[in-house]
Design a protein. Sequence first.
Length: 223
Amino acid sequence: MRQAVKVGIVLPAALLLFSGCATKKWVTEFVGKKEVEIDQRVSGVDRKLADETQRVDQRVEGVDTRLKTAEGSLTQTSETAKGARERADSAYTKADETNSRLTRLWSNRNARNLVETYQVQFAFDKWDLNDNAQTTLVTIVKEMKENPKLTVDLEGYADPVGGYPYNVGLSQRRVESVRRFLVEKGIELPRIHLVGLGPIMEKGTPNPEKRRVTVKLMVSKED
C-alpha cells in the first residue's frame, strides 16, 4: 500500500518534470523561430530602406545633373546672345557710317560747276544713236579722258506726242543709250549721272528739239 502511494506520487511528479522540460524546449524553439522571423523582417525592411534611399539619391543626382546642364546651357545661351548683340551693334555702327558717307556724297553731288553743255538729238520714237550723236559723244569722251576730274550729267527727254508713261520710258532708253556709249569708250560708271525726265511739255520748243539727251560736263567747285 505504501509502495503504491509512492508510485502514485513519483509518477505525476516525473510527468510534470518531463512536461516542464518539454514546454521549456518548445518555448525556446518557438522564441528562436520568432527571433529569426523578426530578424528576417528587419533585414527585409533594411534592404527596402537601402534600395529606396539609393533610388532617392539617384533621383537627386539626376536633378543636380540636369540643373548643372541647364545652368551651362543658360550660360552658353547668354554668351551667344551677348556675342550676337555685339555683332548687331557693330553692324549698326558700320551701317550708320556707310549711310553718313553716302549722305555726304549725295549732298555734295551738286557742289559742282558746269563746264559745258551738249545736246544729243534723236529721231521720232527712236533711242539709237545716229552718226551726229556719236560724233558729239566722241568729243565728250575725249574731254573727259583729258581731264579725269570731269563728271557728266545725262538728262533724257522726249516730245509730248503719245502717252506720258511711254514717253517717260522713251526718255530713259535714250539716256541709257548715251551712258552705254560712254562706258564702252572707257568712261567709268561713277563719273556718269543720268535720269530720264519724260516729255517736254512747253510749246515754245519744236518737237524735234525735245527728242534729246542733254549732256552736262561738270567739275567740282573746289577744283
